[in-house]
Design a protein around this ligand. Sequence first.
Ligand code: FEO
Length: 172
Amino acid sequence: MLSEKMTGALNDQINKEMYSAYLYMDMSAHCTYAGLNGFANWFMVQYQEEMTHAMKIYDYINDQGEKIVLNAIEKPPGNFGTPLEMFEATLKHEQFITKSIHDIVDLANGEKDYATQIFLQWFVTEQIEEEANDNELIAKLKLVGNDGNGLFMIDKELESRTFTAPAKKNDQ
Ligand code: FEO
């Protein structure tokens, strides 16, 4: 059982994770169009990860016997600029998601909702990794600057990123 407020916050978080997936899918398309297949792959893997985040919350609300309410997903901006600008936008978006997760943790703490506190710990840890990945790529992209060879090397490196699906529902 979840409070009405918590159910609403978690349903909103499903929407934010779905928007994240949609945003990264669009960024992937943008990179493919620009001939940056490694970057396109990185964002497509990110899209897949975001879908699993949304589904984790979906399963949790269902497991708690509460109602899923799906709302419209916002249109992504569509104009993404250079790879560096894309990763800066990605980091900014992930910081927004981190804040959103932390706000729900605050709510769970305030409500003494121990189950949701434990459930959200996975997301708190995941957000550290998400921001670290973005920061690492931003640093690399700043290092190569306008050097085409450097960008080519990073693109090649990002081709190797693969998606690993969670083994089962709510898998940690
Ligand atoms: Fe699911 Fe990238 O936050």
